[in-house]
Design a binder for this molecule. Structure first.
Ligand SMILES: [Zn+2]
Length: 58
């Protein structure tokens, strides 16, 4: 029994967040956390944006 405290606690697995927390907001369609605000922000998540473009022909 010689366990040491790991200084780098493992982060919970999930969707990788690549934008700032202040840019995070719920998708207007599926309500999943997405980059809504700031540079590159969009009210729709990538999945919904792709579906919307496909529906409207780009
Ligand atoms: Zn969505």
């Amino acid at each position: 029994m010689n366990e040491q405290t790991n200084p780098t606690a493992p982060r919970p697995q999930g969707v990788p967040v690549i934008w700032a927390p202040s840019q995070t907001g719920p998708c207007a369609r599926c309500h999943q956390p997405t980059c809504r605000y700031g540079v590159g922000g969009n009210p729709l998540c990538p999945s919904c944006k792709t579906a919307r473009q496909a529906q409207h022909g780009g």
